[in-house]
Ligand binder design. Structure first.
Ligand SMILES: *Cc1c(COP(=O)(O)O)cnc(C)c1O
Length: 224
């Protein structure tokens, strides 16, 4: 029995204020689930594995905007560079440079977000706030003309404590505005704050998210 994708999607969309977009996280879910959401008008989907994304990109409508949300190895960039809409989890200058190189080959400019690590969990990827400041202060990114840094992405700790989650979103928000002022004040495209998942997206919205990444609430539990 198929999960009520359409009903769940409508419910989530109904909770989003103007200015907040939904990235429907479809990793590990079959095409028919994505098609159901697509029929309801959803166009932005997020995937975290290159091969799975490639298969879906090849078989699903080509006006879908694919966001790559997982940890991306540099040797995989070339496979998604021709078609990906946004790479959300850039956590090193090395990766940023490889995206720039592959985007140039495709004669594209690829939108990216810098992934912050604020959560307490040790295993998560991402730049600490200081590493993020360092990357931008270093300045080499300015030479990369085929990537556009559009904002920040982060995952809060997976905990029950809502105040902790809120505090992590707030740190991300504060850093966003600091970096906006320092490096992107005149760049309208630096405007994205990608935070909020199934269990915490209402809180993320209260803390200025512009892009929530919701999977389970729409598509049900993932079968790995
Ligand atoms: C899987 C994933 C999500 C979606 O998580 P849900 O709890 O299913 O909503 C969001 N962001 C990232 C980076 C993910 O890997």
């Amino acid at each position: 029995m198929m999960y009520d994708v359409k009903g769940n999607l409508k419910q989530v969309l109904g909770n989003l204020p103007q200015g907040v977009r939904l990235v429907a996280i479809s990793k590990y879910h079959p095409n028919e689930y994505i098609e159901a959401a697509y029929e309801e008008g959803q166009r932005i989907f997020g995937e975290s594995h290159e091969q799975e994304l490639r298969l879906k990109h090849e078989t699903l409508p080509n006006d879908i905007q694919w966001h790559f949300i997982g940890h991306l190895q540099t040797n995989k960039v070339k496979y998604i560079a021709p078609y990906v809409t946004m790479i959300e989890a850039v956590d090193s200058l090395k990766l940023l440079k490889e995206i720039d190189k592959q985007a140039a080959k495709c004669e594209r400019v690829i939108d990216v977000l810098l992934e912050l690590h604020i959560a307490e969990e040790e295993t998560k990827y991402g730049l600490t706030p200081d590493a993020c400041r360092q990357l931008l202060a270093d300045g080499e990114w300015r030479l990369l003309s085929h990537v556009r840094i559009c904002g920040l992405m982060m995952m809060a700790s997976y905990v029950e404590d809502m105040e902790q989650i809120r505090s992590e979103f707030r740190q991300a928000k504060t850093l966003f505005y600091e970096l906006k002022d320092a490096y992107f004040a005149d760049k309208d495209y630096f405007c994205e704050r990608s935070w909020g998942m199934s269990h915490d997206y209402p809180l993320a919205i209260e803390e200025d998210s512009t892009m929530v990444r919701v999977g389970t609430t729409i598509f049900g539990p993932r079968v790995y």
